[in-house]
Write a protein that binds this ligand. Structure first.
Ligand code: ADE
Length: 233
């Protein structure tokens, strides 16, 4: 059972996704529980302000520290300490190995930013794992948080119907892309399913898939392949 506390100013934007498909079923089956926390509720002034103009000038607004500290402290005093994750394009790139590590935690807290950024004291005053889902800038951490939750939750035993499907995905150990898949009809618009997949020879199928995965990785993502040993002269 993985417990996730998702701190966001837009709980309604993520609710539908969390309740659908695999994540919805994972929650119904008790493998996952996501608590949505609108940190605006932890703002103390009458307008429930969560952002302010940056000291030193410049465009955009900055998330104030107080409501976020209050929200994190409330979550952890109510539920217990969490592995804290801050979603930001400045973070470490999120990889399958990070999802594997997170799937072994009991409790995660994910903080979604908005606006121009976080007041630096949020980073300095609490311990975070800072995660980026790619080298592009989104308008908030909600989509990155959903990506992290989904990549993590599907690794919890029992969440996928067929426990092998997560094992065989792209990027699972070793870092490799997936092999091609075919289903019925065996021939579609002149495109045939490779004979070997129809042969019933499980060993031959496994060998073909393995080779296809290697070829595909070499072609599309050579950066994932182990480095060739360099000749010694
Ligand atoms: N917030 C905005 N852009 C992001 C990104 N690429 N990864 C994580 N959090 C973000």
């Amino acid at each position: 059972m993985l417990e996730v506390h998702l701190l966001t100013l837009f709980p309604e934007a993520v609710q539908g996704y969390l309740d659908s498909s695999i994540l919805g079923r994972a929650q119904t089956a008790g493998h996952l529980k996501v608590h949505l926390v609108d940190f605006r509720q932890f703002s103390k002034d009458k307008h429930r302000t969560v952002d302010d103009r940056p000291f030193g000038g410049g465009p955009g607004m900055v998330l104030k520290p107080e409501p976020i500290f209050e929200a994190v402290e409330w979550v952890e005093s109510t539920h217990g300490p969490c592995q804290r994750i801050l979603l930001t394009p400045d973070g470490q790139p999120f990889r399958q190995a990070n999802a594997v590590a997170l799937s072994q935690e009991a409790r995660l807290l994910l903080l979604c930013g908005r606006y121009e950024g976080f007041d630096e004291r949020i980073r300095l005053g609490m311990k975070w794992q800072e995660i980026s889902i790619g080298d592009y800038v989104l308008s908030g951490g909600e989509l990155p948080a959903l990506a992290v939750i989904e990549a993590t939750a599907r690794l919890i035993p029992g969440v996928l119907g067929h426990d092998q499907s997560a094992q065989e995905d792209s990027f699972t150990n070793p870092q490799q892309l997936d092999h091609p898949h075919y289903t019925r009809p065996a021939e579609f618009r002149g495109m045939k399913t490779p004979d070997i997949l129809l042969s019933g020879d499980h060993q031959a199928v496994a060998a073909w898939r393995h080779q296809q995965a290697i070829d595909r990785t070499a072609q599309r993502r050579p950066d994932l392949l182990p480095e060739e040993p360099t000749p010694e002269h």
